[in-house]
Design a protein around this ligand. Structure first.
Ligand code: HEM
Length: 370
């Protein structure tokens, strides 16, 4: 994260203010001025004795010191309270540089999204949450009725924004609001899907083909019935029902599930808890390696059935994740991706690109969405 000089100064002053409570500062100032008086007295005792104006000279020195310190403090405070352009979040998400871009400048939007990712949030990045937003915005698609999908950005409206499956995603939508404000010409539906793609790339994943063209619906009248997103408590049959409905095959299901190499489960959102890997902000094939290399046992806890690795008990798998091991066809792809990260990246990029385009009436279909 790049920090401008004023930002560093501003932070320095803020830290100093935090680190040194005012009574300590007062104490130091008092000691400093007492010492200054004693030093002056030691250095020129005769002056102190002989010159009745010496006291006022010392007072003058004290005033100078206080004056200097006061001016410094005021300068620091003015920096602290002034509007400094934010280049990225520090503790909470910061607005991206408030520059406007010309319509169609997607590189500028990408840069704004990138600047938001690293933050003091979860494991150090909003990336996984943005990937989940992009996926849940798209994964409502039904290829038979041609309803749902990323077009429309209907998750802005109730009841979709309040579905249990979408708990926590308001954080991601709010995070992207300053990006939308800086580039008002982009639709929410393009922004959310682009954010997922940028996050994957920034976390070390493959380049996903993405193109604009989604339009936002004005209201929630096209929201599909709840229940189209997968239920983590279920098994292979359920996964096939859900993903075949979107137009994906078994290989796609396994590749897409590899996104669980990112992020973690939150008890207050899904009820599940913990990360799938020890590197949840890096896109890799670690999820598949953990799946095949560990023994998984049911976690003993006061929560829904989930699994933990027998060795450390720190990693987790959902019942749907373990279904990829127990189903013979799924397992074939799990084994391949555990061994060959390039193969996983290639398949994931195609499947994720297709997912982002579900339900979007592009004039022509790209190779990825055939
Ligand atoms: C296969 C069926 C799937 C099920 C049952 C499932 C279920 C879940 C659940 C329960 C969580 C935890 C949410 C929370 O507590 O915050 C989660 C997180 C996540 N899912 Fe999935 N998911 C599935 C597929 C996918 C797909 C296809 C993607 C993307 C391609 C994906 C990406 C993510 C990411 C990145 C997170 C982490 C979010 C965070 O750290 O905040 N998932 N998923």
């Amino acid at each position: 994260m790049a920090l401008s000089t004023p930002r560093i100064l501003c932070l320095g002053s803020a830290l100093a203010r935090r680190a040194a409570p005012s009574f300590l500062l007062q104490q130091q100032f008092r000691m400093f001025s007492d010492n200054a008086a004693a030093e002056a007295a030691k250095a020129a005792p005769e002056v102190v004795k002989a010159d009745p104006g010496a006291k006022s000279k010392i007072r003058g020195v004290q005033m100078l010191i206080f004056g200097g310190l006061g001016a410094g403090f005021l300068y620091g405070y003015s920096l602290f309270t002034s509007q400094v352009p934010q280049t990225g979040p520090l503790v909470s998400p910061a607005a991206p540089a408030p520059k406007t871009s010309t319509p169609g400048d997607y590189a500028a939007v990408r840069a704004s999204i990138s600047s938001l990712l690293d933050a003091d949030y979860d494991d150090g990045s909003y990336g996984p949450l943005l990937v989940r937003l992009a996926w849940h915005a798209s994964g409502t698609y039904d290829k038979v009725s041609c309803t749902g999908g990323s077009n429309g950005a209907t998750m802005r409206f109730p009841p979709e924004c309040a579905w249990a499956a979408n708990r926590g995603l308001a954080i991601a939508r709010d995070l992207l609001e300053p990006v939308k404000a800086a580039h008002p010409w982009i639709s929410y539906s393009d922004l959310w899907t682009l954010a997922g793609v940028v996050a994957i790339e920034d976390m070390g994943g493959p380049t996903v083909a993405w193109r604009p063209g989604r339009v936002d619906y004005p209201d929630g009248s096209k929201i599909v019935p709840d229940g189209r997103l997968p239920d983590a408590t279920q098994g292979a049959k359920h996964l096939r029902n859900i993903f075949h409905r979107m137009g994906f095959d078994d290989r796609d299901i396994v590749a897409l599930s590899g996104a669980h190499t990112l992020g973690r489960c939150h008890p207050d959102r899904s009820g599940f808890s913990g990360p799938w890997t020890n590197a949840p902000t890096t896109f890799s094939n670690l999820y598949f390696q953990e799946l095949v290399n560990n023994k998984w046992r049911p976690k003993k806890w006061d929560g829904p059935l989930q699994y933990e690795d027998a060795k450390t008990g720190t990693l987790m798998m959902l019942p749907t994740d373990l279904a990829l091991l127990s189903d013979r066809t799924f397992k074939k792809w799990v084994s391949l991706y555990a061994k060959d990260e390039q193969e996983f990246f290639k398949d994931f990029a195609v499947a994720f690109g297709k997912l982002m385009e579900l339900g979007v009436p592009f004039p022509e279909k790209p190779a990825a969405a055939s």
